[in-house]
Design a protein around this ligand. Structure first.
Ligand SMILES: Cc1cc2nc3c(=O)[nH]c(=O)nc-3n(C[C@H](O)[C@H](O)[C@H](O)COP(=O)(O)O)c2cc1C
Length: 175
């Protein structure tokens, strides 16, 4: 059976993308897909310096989690019309661990005008590491949340679709 990872990249204790990631993790575990949860904010990850950062225990933990997974969902905040620097730093730290992974995205943003923001990140995973990107991602703004919880049924449904597509693609492509 293929292995899955949901990684939350936001540093905000009240992160919305983390809540989206938890929902995807719930869907995957309900499907009995072997799935790990990784929250970067619980780790003391260094910034990539292309040198000592690779020896850091937190880097090695993230690297191992990525290596170990066949399909990965990245839950990320949109910052400055891109995903957050923390999400990019994760790739800089772990590089070739991403090779040939199947990857889906859940993005939390402040408004609808940053809808395509994940594309540069997706392109770098495709072109640098030959990742296969699920051609369906979830993009949610604050209106999908109420009382600190993810409430919008359409967003919940889309998270279910992305999670199911992750399993379908991963089983098909990695046998
Ligand atoms: C530094 C910074 C930059 C941001 N830039 C954007 C942006 O370009 N487009 C957007 O829609 N929202 C932007 N936002 C809003 C965040 O995407 C929003 O707060 C989202 O919920 C963050 O994800 P998180 O809750 O998982 O941390 C920005 C927020 C911060 C703090």
């Amino acid at each position: 059976m293929r292995k899955y990872l949901v990684v939350s990249t936001s540093g905000d204790p009240d992160s919305r993308s983390r809540k989206m990631g938890r929902a995807a993790y719930g869907v995957l575990t309900e499907k009995k897909a072997p799935c790990e949860w990784l929250d970067l904010c619980e780790l003391d990850l260094p910034l990539c310096d292309a040198a000592q950062c690779y020896e850091h225990p937190a880097t090695q933990k993230v690297n191992a989690a990525i290596q170990n997974a066949d399909g990965i969902i990245v839950a990320a905040p949109v910052y400055n019309y891109d995903v957050s620097a923390s999400a990019k730093n994760m790739i800089e730290l772990t590089g070739s661990a991403w090779e040939d992974k199947i990857v889906g995205f859940l993005c939390a943003a402040g408004g609808m005008s940053s809808y395509m923001s994940v594309m540069a990140y997706a392109n770098s995973l495709m072109l640098d590491f030959r990742c296969v990107i699920i051609p369906r991602f979830v993009y949610a703004t604050g209106s999908a949340f109420a009382d600190g919880e993810l409430k919008d049924p359409k967003v919940v449904e889309r998270i279910g679709h992305v999670s199911a597509e992750l399993v379908r693609f991963t089983e098909a492509l990695r046998g």
